[in-house]
Design a protein around this ligand. Structure first.
Ligand code: CO
Length: 206
């Protein structure tokens, strides 16, 4: 327990070191960023601690607008993801939206198993994923091992969330206004740290 309590103290110390080091390399860095933000990319990823968005692509503060939730779902009834999406597209005018799933996703795995009575919020959140699994259960269950079955649903989920974005009114309106907006479906391999692209939708304009 003591070790776990020490973690947050260490984090605050590390933050001091990080901020000092950043300024040593680029004295105006934080001042430049403080005025406004203009990221080109919205990242919609999983909340999993092993998939830290900025780390995986060496992004600096100011480069990524980030939303993460369990199993990187884009669900219209989720005010959190919808408001982030709207602000990113309408106000920040991001040019890319990345939906990033990852192999070994615990949320995806949970959606293939019986519901846990002690996790009612999680159950509700994962309902669309459960439905997706039911839709593809025949194909998925042909795969011989559990890891492959989970990873297949991870991929199908990324396709599904990109599809949800293509049908979303915020995205549709941006496209109708000929705003450049590309949608990307990526997978992060937690075994080797590498990202791969599954799908890209949309066109460059202007
Ligand atoms: Co996950």
């Amino acid at each position: 327990m003591r070790g776990r309590l020490e973690i947050t103290k260490r984090m605050l110390r590390e933050n001091q070191a990080w901020a000092q080091e950043r300024v040593a390399r680029d004295p105006d860095f934080f001042l430049r960023n403080a005025g406004s933000q203009s990221p080109d990319v919205l990242w919609i990823g999983c909340a999993d601690s092993r998939v830290p968005a900025e780390y995986t692509i060496n992004a600096q503060p100011g480069e990524l607008f980030v939303h993460r939730n369990i199993a990187n779902l884009v669900t219209e009834s989720d005010l959190n993801v919808m408001s982030v999406l709207q602000y990113a597209v309408v106000e920040l005018k991001v040019k890319h939206i990345v939906v990033c799933g990852h192999h070994g996703c615990g949320g995806v795995r949970a959606s293939m198993a019986a519901e846990r009575k002690d996790l009612p919020y999680v159950n509700r959140k994962l309902e669309p994923l459960r439905a997706l699994y039911r839709l593809h259960a025949h194909e998925i269950n042909l795969l011989e091992d559990d890891i492959k079955r989970v990873n297949r649903l991870v991929e199908l989920n990324v396709f599904e969330q990109v599809r949800n974005l293509t049908r979303n009114d915020v995205v549709q309106q941006a496209w109708q206004a000929t705003q450049t907006l590309l949608l990307h479906g990526w997978i992060y391999d937690i075994c080797n740290g590498k990202l791969s692209e599954l799908v890209t939708v949309g066109a460059k304009r202007g």
